[in-house]
Structures are given as structure tokens and as C-alpha cells.
Ligand binder design. Structure first.
Ligand code: UGA
Length: 423
């Protein structure tokens, strides 16, 4: 199939590379020429496991880049992978997707070719029909009977995105008509996964609810962990016993510093706004977010309990990325932790194998260390905030600390003298 991907962000890039791997002819559109140059050199502008290899394998063969919308006229299906970042009030900002919809509409030729526009961006229910479809049709001269619309949410995890694309639990296709669904499903031929067909609004909601439910599991585990800690019970043992009930499952029950990233916090905030616009008070969703906001601050309380006043104390933060195997620091729980430590006058030093440049742009005023040893040297306490492999075996390395106070925000160490945030 001839596939066009609009947007070379994280979802667009991964989808392009994977659709190329499935044998399709893929063109990826982005207005950012610097990004396009990097992709053209067979490299990924973002750090994502196996993506460089896949791009290098397909670039200038069945994967090409473009900076304008002209080729849209010849595509079988156009996947829209434009970001929907949060506005100040938490609502999803749909301005970029609105502009992209207009550009797509203008680029469609008035021929008899049936073409499908598939939305992968996370958008509030109603947006595909009320905004995207309308803008495309308004700007297009093509006969509307030759344009199909599909909502096809993505469930890719950063750091695991290629694996998730190739081995999904399900493919959700929200559509108005059989023909559009058939075209969208054909793009996934070769992938062995159940297809869940539904209407467009439901597909839009499935994406928000999936993320909100996963985030709820995490905040639930964290709240239980906070209670367990006071009773000297290990929440990891509790959750293992609980998760063995197949109705509950083991996944996303890892208590710790809480969730970050570009998706969970944003999608929960958008869902809360959506509910409030409908005069609902989503108390559970608000609590999920509240537990998550408080969780990193508990580390500061724990540090104060262990080493007293933090003024002038050297605190080492190991891990800045919101999770391992990415350089992404968006909504990382290390950020509120660092700000709170700075407010208390602590001397913050940090180390992360991949995310230091990103954090340096956001918080330039702390010390960034070249390696673990430098970060730990003479420190009064250290906090593990990301579950990087290279932190898992740490043991003797802690001997260079002034006092061996080790707090785990992620449960990864196998030494006795570490204290968990909620275990
Ligand atoms: C999440 C979803 O898992 C994907 O299915 C979805 O497609 C994606 O958002 C998205 O909407 O684009 P992602 O944000 O990449 O993926 O990362 P996750 O692996 O889900 O982790 C999110 C956060 O939860 C991380 O900060 C992680 O440390 C934390 N987490 C995860 C926990 O604190 N405990 C757990 O048990 C699991």
C-alpha cells in the first residue's frame, strides 16, 4: 500500500519504520527540515530501541521523507500522527491537528481514488468527526464519498515501541464505514493481533481510558505502598499475591515514585477536563493525579527524616528520564523532586545515562556528573529515580558517599541498606 504518515514525532516515526518493515511504500511528512535531514541520514532524531536500525534498513528504499503535502493525492491511506499537547487548563491542544487537517484536505485531488485518513493522535471523543473530518472536507475539492475516516489509536510504550507495534494486544479501528475499516486493517496485514472494530468516538475514548486505567493501577499501588510501609509490609509482596488473581494481573502494579512521560499525566488531565465539561466530577481520576503529584515529595520527607535539614546537603539523583531506555524527561518525577530539593537549599547533583542534556536545558542550575562515581562521591544521600540497568547492580559504588543513605524511588537494588519510598 502507499502510506503517508503526517508527523515525524515519536508515534509517526515508529509507525513509518514499522509499516515500511511490513512491506508498504511509506512517505513521512514533517515541516521540520532538521528532523527530516536526520531521518534521511538513516538515523532517528529520538532515542528509541531498534529504531535506528529499522530506519537505516528502509530509508530511500520503501521509506522516504517529504516536507510538503503534495504526495497525499496518491496515497491509499494517510495516518495522522500529530501531537496534541496539553493547554494550560489541561485540555488537549488541537490547533496543530486542525492545521494538518486543512493541509491534507487541500492536497487531496478530485480523482476517483478512494482514500482513507486514519487518526493516530490522541484526541477527545468527537474531535475526529467534528473537527478533523470537517476541516478536511471544507478544504478539499475531492468528492466526500471517496474519502474515509478512521480512528486508529496507538498503544506504543516508549523504549518498547517497535515491539509493541509488531506484537500489539489489539488493533482498534474506529470507523463510519466498512470500506474505510477494510483499508485501515489492510495496512496491518502481517501482524497477528485481534482487531477491535467500533465507532470513531468509542475508539477515541478507548485510548484515554486505557492510559487512565494503567495510571490508576500505579497510583493505587503507590497509595497501598504508602500504607504498607507504615506497617512494615512489603508492597511488592502484597501486589505479587494480589496480581496472581488473573482478574487483576501483575502488570503496572510496581509502586514507586509514580508515573511520568508525555502520555499518562496529559491524558488524565484531558479526561478530567472532558468530564468537567459534562458537569461530572471525576473524583477517582483526580485522586490518581493527586497521589502521583505527592509521591515524589514523599522522598523529600524521607530524606529529612534520615539526614535532617537539607540545607547545604549534597543529594545525588540517579536517573532523570521518566523511565529507563529513553532520554525523555517529559513529566519525569525527578523534576518536582529536584525543584523541591532546591527549594530546601540542597546541593543537587545528578546522573543519567541518556537524559542529562534534556534536563540541563530545563534545570541548568544543578550539577550534572559524567559518571555514577562522580555523582555519588561525598554525597549525604542518593535517590534512585529511573530503573536503568546500570543502576541495578550498584553495591560497593555507594562506599564513596559521605553517609550511605540510599532511597529507592524504583525498586531495583539488591542491597540491604536501601530504603524504598513506599517499601
Ligand atoms: C504509555 C502506555 O503504556 C502506552 O500504552 C501508550 O501508548 C503511551 O503511554 C501513549 O499514550 O503514547 P509510556 O508513557 O511510554 O506508555 O510509558 P509506560 O511504560 O506506560 O510508563 C509510564 C510511567 O509509569 C513511567 O514513568 C513508569 O515508570 C511508570 N510506571 C509504570 C510505574 O510507576 N509503575 C508501573 O508498574 C509501571
Amino acid at each position: 500500500m502507499k502510506i503517508i504518515i503526517v508527523g515525524a514525532g515519536y508515534v509517526g516515526l515508529v509507525s513509518s519504520a514499522c509499516f515500511a518493515e511490513l512491506g508498504h511504500s511509506v512517505d513521512i511528512i514533517d515541516v521540520d527540515e532538521d528532523k527530516i535531514k536526520i531521518i534521511n541520514s538513516g538515523k532517528s532524531p529520538i532515542f528509541e530501541k531498534d529504531l535506528d536500525e529499522l530506519l537505516a534498513k528502509h530509508i530511500h528504499k520503501n521509506l522516504n521523507t517529504i516536507t510538503n503535502y503534495e504526495k497525499i493525492a496518491y496515497a491509499d491511506i494517510i495516518f495522522v500522527c500529530i501531537g496534541t499537547p496539553p493547554c494550560h487548563d489541561g485540555k488537549a491542544d488541537l490547533s496543530m491537528i486542525e492545521n494538518a487537517s486543512k493541509s491534507i484536505g487541500k492536497a487531496l485531488h478530485n480523482n476517483n481514488k478512494y482514500q482513507v485518513i486514519a487518526i493516530k493522535s490522541t484526541v477527545p471523543p468527537g474531535s475526529t468527526e467534528n473537527l478533523i473530518t470537517q476541516k478536511v472536507l471544507e478544504c478539499s475539492v475531492k468528492n466526500p464519498i471517496n474519502i474515509g475516516f478512521v480512528m486508529n489509536p496507538e498503544f506504543l510504550r516508549e523504549g518498547m515501541a517497535i515491539t509493541d507495534f509488531i506484537n500489539p494486544d489489539r488493533i482498534v479501528i474506529g470507523c463510519q464505514d466498512e470500506k474505510a475499516a477494510y483499508v485501515a486493517e489492510s495496512a496491518y496485514q502481517g501482524i497477528d493481533a485481534p482487531i477491535f472494530r467500533t465507532n470513531i468516538r468509542t475508539a477515541e475514548m478507548i485510548k484515554y481510558v486505557s492510559n487512565a486505567f494503567l495510571a490508576t493501577k500505579i497510583s493505587f499501588s503507590n497509595e497501598i505502598g504508602n500504607i504498607c510501609k507504615k506497617m512494615n509490609i512489603d508492597v511488592y509482596d502484597v501486589m505479587q499475591g494480589v496480581g496472581m488473581d488473573h482478574r487483576i494481573g501483575m502488570q503496572f502494579l510496581n509502586a514507586g515514585a509514580g508515573f511520568g512521560g508525555s502520555c499518562f499525566p496529559k491524558d488524565i488531565a484531558a479526561l478530567i477536563c472532558l468530564a468537567e465539561d459534562l458537569y461530572e466530577n471525576p473524583i477517582l481520576l483526580k485522586s490518581v493525579s493527586m497521589v502521583n503529584k505527592q509521591q515524589p515529595l514523599r522522598i523529600v520527607e524521607l530524606l529529612e527524616k534520615r539526614i535532617g535539614d537539607l540545607q547545604g546537603k549534597r543529594i545525588s539523583i540517579l536517573g532523570l528520564a521518566f523511565k529507563a531506555n529513553t532520554d525523555d524527561i517529559r513529566e519525569s518525577q525527578s523534576i518536582p523532586l529536584i525543584f523541591d530539593l532546591m527549594r530546601k537549599g540542597a546541593d543537587v547533583v545528578a546522573y543519567d545515562p541518556k537524559a542529562m542534556d534534556m534536563m540541563r536545558n530545563l534545570i541548568p542550575s544543578i550539577q550534572y556528573c559524567e559518571n555514577l562515581e562522580e555523582a555519588l562521591e561525598m554525597s549525604d544521600a542518593c535517590v534512585i529515580m529511573t530503573e536503568w540497568d546500570e543502576f541495578k547492580q550498584l553495591n560497593k559504588e555507594f562506599d564513596v558517599m559521605k553517609s550511605k543513605v540510599i532511597i529507592e524511588g524504583r525498586k531495583i537494588l539488591s542491597i540491604d541498606d536501601a530504603e524504598g519510598i513506599c517499601w
